[in-house]
Design a protein around this ligand. Sequence first.
Ligand code: HEC
Length: 166
Amino acid sequence: MTRAAPVRPVPARRALLLLAAAAALAASPARAGEIGKNSPQASVIRGSIVFNTYCALCHGSSGEGDGRAARIYNPRPANLTVSPYNDDYKELMIRRGGEGMGRSPFMPPWGDQLSDEQISDLVSFLRSIKVPDAKVSDAKASETKAADATVSAARASAARLSDAAR
Ligand code: HEC
């Protein structure tokens, strides 16, 4: 027998995000009903849509690593609200996937699937759901340093590649 899935309330953080978007709209000096296309809020809202389309199945719609398919993966999809990594690392992780970053291949690469704008909107969205002052353990902090070194090395090799292609 299969049980009906429990109805889940809208996650509090997402509700807050929508409220914030509504407040931004109300306070906006521009015409009512308009958020500037290039504004940070617009990027976050677009990012949340991309995230819910492609990422929520694993990472959960509020990014806490509790998506519908999360428990079939080991390691589990990361809780992105407390991720210790910086924007550059997240962008590379999204483009190259876990395997391309020496991590789990269960995190797929999206570089060929999503546009540059979608990827930068995702990074804006991830910034918006980050819990401020999330406690970062020493172990995570040194992992982050190692990750930064990976990012610089990746940049350097990308630069070499594009030089070579000239
Ligand atoms: C099929 C499941 C799956 C999907 C879909 C998926 N991820 Fe992941 N993701 C993972 C797993 C598993 C990890 C952890 C990898 C590890 O720890 O080695 C991860 C890790 C990450 C990380 C690293 C964060 C950290 O703190 O370690 C980021 C950033 C990330 N995912 C973003 C995304 C985004 C954005 C999308 C949608 C475009 C996405 N993921 C879609 C499974 C998934």
